[in-house]
Design a binder for this molecule. Sequence first.
Ligand code: NAP
Length: 253
Amino acid sequence: MSRELEGRVAVVTGGSRGIGKATCIAVAEAGASVVVNYLEEGIGVNRNDAENVVKEIVNAGGKAVAIPADVSNEDDVYAMTDEAVKQCGGGDVLINNAAILRDKTVKKMSLEDWDAVIGTNLTSVYLCSRAFLDPLEISGRGAIVSISSISAQMGFFGQANYAAAKGGIVAFTRVLAKEVARKNIRVNAVAPGLVATDMTQTIPEDHLCKMIEQIPMGRLARPEEIANVIVFLASDKSSFVSGQTIAVNGGWL
Ligand code: NAP
């Protein structure tokens, strides 16, 4: 097993389920101590889900703690950052993964639907990245990896808020990468295609089947297949890669 994140602290937002959970496990397998962030008032049973991820990592011989925070809330994000530094001694890797969907056509989309998605999926990336810049700089080998989406490039029907947020991540990544390059912090993003998680279970089955037909590899990604690319971007294996968005979409785009 390759231990390219040995001795580092990795913070994963929305680490209780889906790609976030797979990423927590993958970074732990690569040797990192993991902060499993979760939303206390979220959709799932949250604290239990996050504690189960922590248990799975600890039972496999790794280190992890669960820290709650609504990543769209500035005070929560600073409290999580302080807690991560206090409990784990720093922050070397930040993985901006948390996101929600509120799909509707623009005509039917309320300002609340718009703001909720922009807040959770894009403002959170700015808030968490800003809050962790000091620990990442102290690390001397800091890495931020944010999760964009193929939706930003394809423009899926009913996802104007989601696509705007995910496209915003691509642009934010390019700019922040330049701003912090001299501090030895690399900033990258991953743009998954369709992945088998709770998020894709909300897509009506007939529509999902039609989308899968368009994917050259003919299937959804497994969350681990996204997590593997995230580990690569978090580790020194990608030491000269910054400002990039890597597509992981089975050849779709
Ligand atoms: P998911 O299964 O719906 O999980 C989303 C995670 O985000 C959950 O852990 C959720 O916590 C957390 N979360 C939501 N709002 C939060 C908040 N305000 N503060 C903290 N945590 C919050 O999603 P997924 O499919 O794994 O997606 C992970 C990432 O990949 C997202 O950025 C998504 O946009 C992106 N992505 C997914 C796909 C796909 O096909 N699944 C494709 C492209 C990109 P609770 O459990 O507490 O609700």
